[in-house]
Design a binder for this molecule. Structure first.
Ligand SMILES: NC(=O)c1ccc[n+]([C@@H]2O[C@H](COP(=O)([O-])OP(=O)(O)OC[C@H]3O[C@@H](n4cnc5c(N)ncnc54)[C@H](OP(=O)(O)O)[C@@H]3O)[C@@H](O)[C@H]2O)c1
Length: 337
């Protein structure tokens, strides 16, 4: 089958290739991929930024988000059958959405939301799962909570803004002027143009901040929290909880705690909290999220769609920060679909 594989770590490490169709384990669902989507994580994995933690064996197929049609299931799978339309963020070490077929652990798969096309559904899993795990699990966001979402027009931010609003929060977001109207339409109550205004001078008393920018932006984010408030960082620095989540050896937990010591100390001094977050595959959460897409509470935001053959170009497009808002989708668009 055709696929885009990582042959070696580095910027030029990915290429188109003919590879064998994946083996289907007893708990697997074999999916004929209709669409995939790009995440910044693809570039990071291709570059080897996670190689100490996620031990991929070269060559491996890249791609963390897929939607498609089930063609076969393993002997222990009873919840899906051939012909079902599904979507998934396959778990780490079993990624591979930039291919004609992918075998996915059944626990990571959910029925595609009926109201979305397969192309639209491919834009959803990773960012929607991250939004759910940040707001519902970590943040326990309730009606009336104040939530600041940085980069509200990004693939992640555009989903977190919508879910925070759905959960009843008052939502503030940072974005550039071109996308102000979009983020308001997604449910942002307060929109800050980060190119002109310093959010930390205008916001205060927040229960939760999602920081996807890092560095000085994260440090400033701590200052808008109310006492006990939580800053969730998705770009780092990592903490020991991340090493534990990935089952990494204890010394890596120590290293990560050292990397985040300064920001955790700063948070403590301000009477607030900092936690690093890395999303996890979860099919049952995708089912719940699917219902929110079908009821119109959430909608995918798609910047551009590339044909499958141009997957490397699509990766570069995202890497160069050329997206205006939302996600970049890769479509198989076969004659038979
Ligand atoms: N740890 C996790 O589980 C997890 C999950 C998902 C994403 N992430 C990470 O989160 C980051 C964002 O992901 P994404 O998919 O949303 O990427 P994306 O679609 O490329 O979006 C990035 C956004 O950041 C905005 N931006 C840049 N500088 C900014 C600033 N100083 N203040 C506010 N906004 C700014 C850009 O807006 P303009 O175009 O207007 O500049 C753009 O909309 C990536 O680093 C990704 O790896 C982590």
């Amino acid at each position: 089958m055709r696929a885009f594989v990582v042959e070696k770590y580095g910027k030029d490490g990915a290429r188109a290739a003919e590879v064998a169709e994946p083996a289907v384990g007893e708990r697997d669902v074999l999916v004929r991929v209709s669409a995939a989507s790009i995440n910044p994580l693809d570039k990071m994995v291709r570059n080897g930024e996670f190689k100490q933690l996620l031990k991929y064996k070269h060559p491996f197929v890249l791609g963390h988000d897929v939607a498609g049609v089930v063609t076969r299931v393993g002997s222990a799978v009873h919840s899906f059958e051939a012909g079902d339309e599904v979507y998934a963020r396959p778990r780490d070490l079993r990624i591979g959405g930039f291919a004609e077929y992918i075998a996915i652990d059944v626990d990571d798969v959910a029925p595609k939301p009926a109201s979305l096309t397969l192309d639209e559904a491919a834009a959803v899993p990773l960012v929607a799962l991250a939004a759910w795990q940040i707001l519902v699990e970590r943040g326990q966001v309730k009606p009336g909570h104040k939530v600041l979402v940085h980069a509200g027009a990004g693939g992640l931010g555009s989903t977190v803004v919508q879910l925070a609003r759905h959960l009843g929060a008052e939502v503030a977001t940072t974005t550039s002027p071109d996308t102000e109207e979009l983020v308001r339409s997604l449910g942002a109550d307060i929109v800050i143009d980060y190119t002109k205004e310093d959010f930390s001078q205008v916001l205060s008393g927040y229960d939760l901040v999602l920081d996807s920018v890092g560095g000085a932006n994260l440090e400033k984010s701590l200052t808008v929290l109310k006492p006990g408030g939580l800053a969730v960082g998705v770009v780092g620095p990592p903490d020991a909880g991340f090493a534990k989540q990935l089952g990494a050896p204890a010394f890596l937990g120590f290293v990560m705690n050292t990397l985040s010591r300064k920001i955790r100390k700063r948070a403590k001094a301000l009477g607030v909290r900092y936690q690093f977050f890395f999303m996890e595959a979860n099919g049952s959460q995708l089912r719940k999220l699917g219902a929110l897409y079908d009821s119109g509470q959430l909608r995918p935001v798609i910047d551009t769609t590339f044909p499958f053959d141009r997957t490397l170009e699509a990766l570069e497009y995202v890497e160069q920060g050329r997206t205006k808002a939302g996600k970049v989708v890769i479509s198989m668009a076969r004659e038979s679909d």
